[in-house]
Design a protein around this ligand. Structure first.
Ligand SMILES: NC(=O)C1=CN([C@@H]2O[C@H](COP(=O)(O)OP(=O)(O)OC[C@H]3O[C@@H](n4cnc5c(N)ncnc54)[C@H](O)[C@@H]3O)[C@@H](O)[C@H]2O)C=CC1
Ligand SMILES: O=C(O)[C@@H]1CCC=N1
Length: 270
């Protein structure tokens, strides 16, 4: 893998992907560049990962074969206007933004380009990312395989139909935030009953990690795994009853619907 990888915008998500790629050693740090208008975030990635940095988006476009547009959705148009004359037809444009579709990217560049629409998540930083990916027709098979290998270097990746992309933030792009909320709440509940806070975070986070691994590694239905925790007349079923009375599951599904509606509205209003 000797393609040069560039990131325009060096915020939370770019830093997570850069960390994941550098840690996996799939790309040499000398082949990675990131731009940002301000220096503080660039200093962080330079210090941590020894990658190249610049304040110029044009420098990133000129240097890179694969260009991650890792700015907020409302910055896409102006960033593309800035770099479009420095991007050629062999380059691969990767969008990671909620609510930005392939058509919008093509139209903004005003030329046919290889575009990959993705929705990653921040656990990419620790090699446990989950990314959904859609390609446009211009990518060759070996380029699609390359992009998949790149994303798999910092987690799991699934190719999905672009028509489903606005749903992905709700299930894997944004959902780490719901899980952090749950871990915080679990820890608070422990602290309420006297467990020291540092131990409470560890107990809660490891339980969530273990539960997720059980779903992935046993391939057992989550309902069946839940049943195995609930001893008849025991403690867990009391907790489950309380969660059901308070609409735990429907609250999560409603949150996901709100998330998807927001992604769709962002698609319409960019
Ligand atoms: N944070 C997350 O968990 C995820 C974010 N995303 C997507 O990633 C993108 C970035 O999100 P975050 O990293 O969370 O935002 P962020 O605000 O942390 O990072 C954006 C960065 O872009 C920089 N920037 C602003 N204007 C710029 C310009 N004209 N040229 C170059 N850089 C510029 C900002 O200074 C900032 O460092 C968004 O489109 C978001 O939808 C996708 C999946 C997950
Ligand atoms: O909150 C957001 O809009 C971005 C997209 C998915 C996660 N963070």
């Amino acid at each position: 893998m000797n393609k040069k990888i560039g990131f325009i915008g060096c915020g939370n998500m770019a830093q997570a992907i850069i960390g994941g790629i550098v840690n996996s050693k799939i790309v040499s740090n000398k082949d990675i560049i990131a731009s940002n208008p301000t220096n503080s975030k660039l200093e962080v990635v330079k210090e941590k990962y020894s990658i190249l940095t610049t304040n110029s988006n044009v420098d990133v476009a000129k240097f890179s074969d694969v260009i991650f547009l890792s700015v907020k959705p409302n910055k896409y148009k102006c960033v593309i206007d800035e770099i479009k004359d420095f991007v050629n037809e062999d380059d691969i444009i990767v969008t990671i933004a909620a609510g930005i579709d392939i058509n919008f990217i093509q139209n903004s560049f005003g030329k046919d380009l290889k575009v990959v629409r993705t929705m990653p998540n921040t656990p990419s930083l620790v090699g446990e990312g989950m990314s959904a990916i859609s390609f446009n027709d211009l990518l060759l098979n070996h380029e699609k395989e390359y992009i998949l290998r790149l994303f798999e270097s910092f987690g799991k990746a699934e190719v999905i139909d672009e028509s489903l992309m606005d749903v992905i933030p709700s299930i894997s792009g944004s959902s780490p935030a719901y899980v952090y909320l749950m871990i915080e709440a679990l820890a608070d509940g422990g602290v309420l009953r006297g467990i020291p806070r540092d131990k409470a975070y560890k107990l809660a986070a490891q339980a969530v990690l273990g539960a997720a691994k059980m779903v992935i590694q046993t391939n057992e239905h989550p309902g069946s795994l839940k049943d195995k925790v609930c001893s008849p007349g025991g403690t867990t079923i009391e907790a489950i009853y309380e969660l059901e009375r308070n609409g735990f599951r429907s609250s999560i599904i409603s949150a996901m619907e709100a998330c998807t509606k927001k992604a769709i509205s962002m698609s319409k209003n960019k």
